[in-house]
Design a protein around this ligand. Structure first.
Ligand code: ZN
Ligand code: ZN
Length: 338
């Protein structure tokens, strides 16, 4: 099979590798679409990578034993791997599992874990079915385009009476806008890349504030009667934006973080938390039981098509990474068989 790799700084290519084989409840999925996520960071920094991607949708083409999926099932490939046994996995919060399998030890091959490839291996319980009539492209948005913010808005119970703030309008932030609009919330966003500002406006975001404006916080306060937003979601992973979320949220409001960040964020316990009554939430993905609800957003939201900016053949991997690194895009979807 063919798969995409990063060879070095701004150099991507396709290579030929052995097709993985199904084993026990791990089934073989033919990948029809593979959305791009944060892999461009390795492309830009020149970090070589042989296993790219963690989002996909495709068709089950081989199973080793009877199980919860069958050959010819159309499925979404949930991100990452998990044990399936621990309390977090059993509860559907598999994304937080601490006992991820050693794929090489289990299958005897390094292949099968990358989604930017023609085939992959996945435990069948991480392959929810795609409803009839939903395209692979749209279904794949149940991974990182809509997933992180769906989980966060669900936890914060965001609804039609809420004004929400979204900082960072990459594909995850634009997905947050789609999810918030589906729930009927009023949305304010913070972003500086013109392409993404344009997309947000098309999605009905009421105001898009430039994070470089020194009065960004004052603008958000002015839009909320001086009180602040009910809920904020950082999708940027930038400390200044995380801080803005805390400062722009009203008393007794909620702030969730989905943008990955390893830098420290200073918190003042009295001013930010005790006096303000703020709830801070770390959120990664959504509980598996919420998959049907995520699919409802995909089937019913009029904004869903705006989340996808490019559908490219995987043979165009170099150009796909250049577009991804430019940030002049929403979700980029690769087609591994083209
Ligand atoms: Zn587990
Ligand atoms: Zn992702």
């Amino acid at each position: 099979m063919k798969k995409a790799i990063i060879q070095g700084e701004r150099r991507a290519a396709l290579i030929e590798v052995p097709t993985p084989q199904p084993k026990e409840d791990w089934v073989l999925v033919k990948v029809y679409v593979a959305p791009m996520c944060t892999e461009y960071k390795a492309f830009v920094s020149g970090q070589p990578s042989q296993f790219l991607g963690h989002e996909a949708a495709g068709e089950v083409v081989a199973v080793a034993q009877p199980g919860r999926v069958q050959v010819r099932d159309r499925v979404v490939v949930m991100p990452l791997y998990a044990c399936g046994q621990c309390p977090l996995c059993v509860a559907g919060d598999y994304i937080h599992c601490e006992h991820g399998p050693d794929i090489m030890a289990f299958t005897g091959s390094p292949e099968g874990r990358a989604t930017m490839a023609q085939y992959l291996l996945k435990p069948s319980w991480l392959l929810p079915r795609i409803p009839d009539g939903v395209s692979y492209e749209h279904a794949s948005l149940a991974c990182c385009a809509l997933g992180p913010s769906f989980g966060a808005w669900h936890t914060m119970r965001v609804g039609a009476f809420d004004t929400v703030l979204v900082t960072g309008l990459g594909p995850v932030g634009l997905g947050a806008v789609v999810n918030a609009r589906y729930r009927g919330a009023r949305v304010i966003a913070v972003e500086s890349v013109p392409y993404r500002v344009g997309r947000a406006r098309q999605m009905g975001v009421e105001a898009v504030i430039d994070p470089r404006d020194p009065d960004a916080l004052a603008q958000i306060r002015a839009l909320t009667g001086g009180i602040g937003v009910d809920c904020a979601l950082d999708c940027s992973g930038v400390v200044a934006a995380q801080r803005l979320c805390i400062d722009a949220t009203r008393r007794k409001g909620q702030v969730a973080f989905v943008g990955e960040c390893s830098d420290e964020l200073p918190i003042r316990v009295s001013a930010d938390m005790i006096r303000k009554g703020l709830t801070l939430i770390g959120s990664w993905h959504y509980n598996l039981s919420l998959y049907p609800s995520v699919m409802q957003v995909i089937m019913r939201s009029p904004l869903i098509e705006l989340l996808i900016s490019h559908v490219l053949p995987m043979s165009d991997i170099q150009r796909a990474f250049e577009i991804s690194a430019s940030h002049a895009c929403a979700k980029i979807i690769l087609k591994p068989w083209e």
